[in-house]
Structure formats: C-alpha cells, structure tokens
Design a protein around this ligand. Structure first.
Ligand code: HEC
Length: 134
C-alpha cells in the first residue's frame, strides 16, 4: 500500500515537472534568440529587406524544400553561433514554432541536437548562391 502511494506521488511529480521543464527550455530558447539572433533577424523575425531574410515570409517554404532543413542549420549565423548545440537546437525549434506557419510547424520534426551538431561542422560559405539553388 505504502509502495503504491509512493508510486502515485512519483507519477504526480513527473506530471507536474515535465511541462515546467518544457517551459524552461522554451523560455531559455527565446532568451537565446533575443541575445544571439535578434540583432540581425529582429524581434519579430522580419530581418532587413535585401540583407536578412524574413522568417515569417520564408521559413515555411524552406522547411518544405528537400534541402531546406539542412540549409537552415548550415547558414553561418547558426553554425558559428556561440551557443551549444543543445541550445541551438532549442532556438531553431523555437523559431519554427514562433515564426513558421502553424501547419508547417506542426509537420516539422523537431531539430535534434545530433543533427545540429553534425551540420554545424559544414557551414555554407556561399549562402547567397546556395539559397536560390534550393
Ligand atoms: C550577424 C547577423 C546574423 C546573426 C547574429 C544571425 N543571423 Fe541568421 N542570417 C543572417 C543572414 C544575413 C542570413 C541570410 C543568409 C546569409 O547570408 O547568411 C541569415 C539566415 C538565417 C536562416 C535561414 C533563413 C532563410 O530564409 O534563408 C536561419 C534559419 C537563421 N539565419 C537563423 C539564425 C539563428 C538561429 C541565429 C542565432 C543563433 C542567427 N541566425 C544569427 C544573419 C544573421
């Protein structure tokens, strides 16, 4: 009986803690975006016409292109970031959730630490040429 009570308590604690941890990850991802990406991409992700692409306008399209997912992880602002791959993956997931159209975001598998870690070793050197060729 005691053991069942303890198990119930444990399950309860996990149920309460899991969303709280998810909230923390999301809060930190937003902070990381504001500190490490916003300077160029803007608070609303709209970038700067002719210089920095607009996430609300472009991210959805990129995510549906066969090479778009790799491209997103290989642009210099991502590969050269000071952030760890764990935090970078969280920022990319936050960007998708925040700026991509809801239906595309729902269909997009979360960026994983492993793929961010692998692709950041392959930065794109000629982004302006690579992007239209996608
Ligand atoms: C110094 C300015 C700068 C910073 C800082 C920066 N970016 Fe960028 N980002 C750019 C530019 C410019 C492009 C367009 C491609 C290029 O020329 O690199 C871009 C492109 C992108 C793209 C592809 C979007 C598209 O439509 O092509 C993503 C995704 C992205 N950045 C994410 C990030 C994230 C995440 C961070 C923060 C960790 C970040 N960037 C930091 C300037 C920056």
């Amino acid at each position: 009986m005691k053991r069942r009570f303890a198990a119930t308590l444990l399950i309860g604690a996990v149920c309460v803690a899991a969303p709280a941890i998810a909230d923390d990850v999301e809060r930190r991802a937003k902070e990381d975006y504001l500190l490490h990406c916003m300077g160029c991409h803007g608070e609303q992700g709209r970038g700067l016409v002719g210089k920095v692409p607009s996430f609300p306008d472009d991210l959805g399209r990129l995510l549906t292109l066969p090479n778009g997912r790799d491209f997103i992880q290989r642009v210099p602002g991502v590969t050269q970031s000071d952030l760890s791959s764990v935090r970078l993956a969280a920022v990319l997931n936050w960007i998708v959730k925040t700026f991509a159209p809801a239906d595309v975001a729902a269909r997009t598998a979360p960026f994983t630490v492993a793929e961010v870690e692998r692709l950041r070793t392959q930065p794109l050197l000629e982004v302006a040429r690579e992007r239209p060729a996608l």
